[in-house]
Design a protein around this ligand. Structure first.
Ligand code: PMP
Length: 407
């Protein structure tokens, strides 16, 4: 039957996220899921959040009104104060915009920096939500491989130079997840942060430093931000309340040069006018009462316990020649190298055994959209340790061990 619609070229190029499809499998009764990258709802501060709703009696007329595209000013000021020690630089109001999730930061950046056919440099593996957004803007991808210390920045000069030579212009953007990457769990090493800043500046390519997991460090010392190392020049830093408070609030923020932030704000006006004011007012009240500062150590300890449980369970149930991994110091994920095994085959066996994870191929662009670099993640698996219940972690790893023994 003829369609009633003539879909745009972009719509035709987009495919449903494989992650969403695998989600359906992970919802089967009895399945233990390490698949979705979800926070633990047990740790959501429901009572405190409900208490914060009292603020609506005072701020209700503001909360229920349209707001500035830049963000609810008290929240903007709280975020500026939170960001200054993290970024090591003062953050003036015109350097910050509140967004509807950090997913929206990607969308806004794509709109203001990426033209169809442009190259975006991504680490491999990377966050599929970013690939989806840049793909929708017509981007192609250049891949920089990663190891347990993050992006291999010693390769960056060569990648940036090849991109410029081949397309006649430098890439539009370098996208990096600097702390506890989704999916690899890796943090970008200190010297690599310096390389990144130097290479990006040398080639005149802006950097998007996506950092939703940085506050979830339970071991080791944090590295300086790329934004701070670059003195804020040419770097956009983003973070989010999704992992440290709750993704349901859909409140995040970006910090960058005033000229760029102004463009992001203008682009945002064409998308949602402003981030929902009700959410911003509640989150601001949650911070004002000191609840976030009290919640962060709790959540770090909670996730440290889960990560330790998964590290122990993996060691107990997976034979050393079946998989290799590095225990993460924070964030949400273990990234397993299954050697010669195809993780999609292991996935089928694992689902039969009653445990789900995400095959590594979900974290790589499609071959036809890659202009430089290669890799398909076939032998890797991402395991999220935050969502499963304490009893489920051991049992899920036991099932995974069985699946690996038969795959
Ligand atoms: N960046 C990374 C690396 C992520 O893992 C996620 C969510 N899983 C996001 C951005 C988007 O987060 P949100 O829109 O909820 O802030």
């Amino acid at each position: 039957m003829a369609s009633s619609y003539r879909f745009s070229r972009v719509a035709q190029s987009l495919r449903p996220s494989p992650i969403r499809e695998l989600f359906a499998v992970s919802q089967r009764p009895g399945m233990i899921s390490f698949a979705g990258g979800l926070p633990d709802p047990e740790i959501f501060p429901v009572d405190q959040f409900a208490e914060c709703a009292e603020v609506l009696r005072v701020e209700g007329r503001v909360a229920l009104q349209y707001g500035a595209s830049e963000g609810y000013r008290p929240l903007v000021d709280q975020l500026r104060a939170r960001m200054e020690p993290v970024l090591g630089a003062p953050v003036a109001p015109e350097h910050l915009v509140v967004t509807t999730g950090s997913q929206q930061v990607m969308d806004l950046l794509a709109r203001v920096l990426v033209d169809p056919g442009d190259t975006v440099v991504v680490e491999a593996p990377t966050y599929p939500g970013a690939l989806h957004t840049f793909r929708a803007a017509g981007a192609r991808f250049a891949l920089v491989p990663c190891d347990e210390f993050g992006m291999r920045t010693e390769l960056l000069d060569g990648v940036l130079e090849s991109c410029r030579r081949e397309s006649g212009r430098p890439p539009a953007l370098i996208y990096t997840i600097t702390n506890f990457s989704n999916p690899s769990g890796a943090c970008l090493a200190g010297d690599r942060r310096e390389h990144l800043v130097a290479a990006a500046a040398r080639h005149g390519v802006p950097v998007f430093e996506d950092d939703p997991y940085g506050e979830l460090r339970f071991r080791g010392a944090p590295q300086p931000t790329v934004y701070g190392l670059a003195g804020g020049k040419g770097v956009v830093f983003a973070s989010s309340f999704s992992k440290i408070l709750a993704p349901g609030v859909r409140v995040a923020w970006a910090v960058g040069e005033a000229e760029l932030v102004r463009r992001l704000v203008i682009a945002k006006q064409g998308i949602d006018l402003c981030t929902p004011m009700v959410a911003q007012v509640l989150v601001s009240e949650y911070c004002r009462r000191g609840f976030l500062d009290a919640h962060l150590p709790r959540i770090r300890a909670h996730y440290a316990g889960k990560a330790t449980a998964m590290a122990g369970a993996l060691r107990r149930h997976l034979s050393p020649d079946a998989a290799r991994w590095t225990d993460p110091d924070g964030g949400f994920f273990f990234w397993l190298d299954l050697g010669r095994r195809d993780s999609r085959t292991v996935f089928e066996q694992a689902v039969d055994a009653g445990v789900a994870f995400l095959p590594g191929s979900a974290f790589f662009p499609h071959a036809e959209e890659v202009v430089l670099g290669h890799g398909d993640g076939t032998s890797f698996a991402r395991l999220c340790f935050t969502f499963a219940g304490p009893g489920e972690i051991d049992e899920g790893c036991r099932r995974l061990g069985l699946a690996l023994a038969t795959a």
